[in-house]
Ligand binder design. Structure first.
Ligand SMILES: [Zn+2]
Length: 266
């Protein structure tokens, strides 16, 4: 049986190659890369066409096709876990949207710049993550604008309240009619989400993965909400991305429309 005797000799180099490939550092600049999930298309989003999206909060969402998902991460940057999330995304050449909180962004500007440098979209999530429903209306604008200016300062060295990416998500999805109107008048898209695993709750990575798969299998597409400061989410993400790849899901990367008026042909 000559084949039998050769088998162990062939198997060893293959195993080594596999191990080396697995250990090689994943870098966002090496993308696109064969054998990864990848980003399948870029969707340009602006407040004129999509003022409020996400079926958990609003009647409308983004025009995603069957098996298309958008990955969003809230509440960062958080040095113990955000780099793990970035590594998992780079490993699979996937781009996501991060809704950052202003105060940690001002404390970790390098990490904010790294998120952007790796090709991800950076949106806004207020200064301190207070509920905008439960604070005085006079304070809500300050909470939103301070957050935007802190992230802009980290990204571009300018403390402007005009966001370079006009994407915003309310802490806890707690919007008010006045803040929704104000954001719309400023051309800022308000993001809800279409599905989540509820990773703000205590759960194991395995429980989170199972819930996400169950819910996505039912919904078949959507804007997915995750939290990069959660250790269980950072630990779960590589397996979730693998599952998406093996089950023919496609990643849609959101970017702001460069010029919403001319994009509409007016
Ligand atoms: Zn949040």
């Amino acid at each position: 049986m000559p084949n039998m005797s050769r088998r162990p000799i062939c198997a060893l180099p293959l195993l080594l190659v596999w191990q080396l490939a697995w250990q090689a550092p994943a870098r966002a600049e090496d993308c696109p890369r064969a054998g990864t999930l990848g980003t399948s298309r870029i969707l340009s989003v602006d407040a004129e066409h999509f003022p409020r999206v996400g079926l958990k909060s609003f009647p409308q969402t983004l025009p995603l096709h069957d098996h298309e998902v958008v990955l969003t991460f809230d509440d960062g940057p958080w040095p113990p876990t955000t780099p793990k999330v970035l590594k998992a995304l780079a490993q699979e050449c996937v781009r996501a949207t991060f809704f950052l909180i202003g105060k940690p962004a001002s404390e970790h500007p390098d990490l904010v710049r790294r998120i952007a440098a790796e090709g991800h979209t950076v949106g806004h999530h207020t200064w301190l993550h207070r509920s905008l429903m439960r604070i005085a209306p006079s304070e809500t604008t300050e909470e939103i604008d301070h957050g935007i200016s802190a992230v802009e300062m980290a990204l571009h060295g300018q403390a402007t309240t005009t966001p370079s990416t006009p994407f915003f998500r309310f802490p806890g999805f707690e919007s008010t009619p006045a803040t929704l109107d104000s954001l719309q008048s400023r051309g800022i898209v308000v993001f809800g989400a279409d599905l989540w695993a509820g990773d703000w709750n205590k759960m194991t990575p395995q429980q989170e993965l199972k819930l996400l798969i169950q819910r996505l299998t039912v919904a078949r597409k959507g804007i997915i909400l995750l939290h990069d400061p959660k250790a269980h989410t950072a630990a779960m993400l590589p397996a979730f991305l693998r599952w998406l790849r093996e089950n023919d899901y496609h990643i849609v990367h959101l970017v702001p429309t460069a010029d919403p008026v001319s994009a509409d042909g007016h």
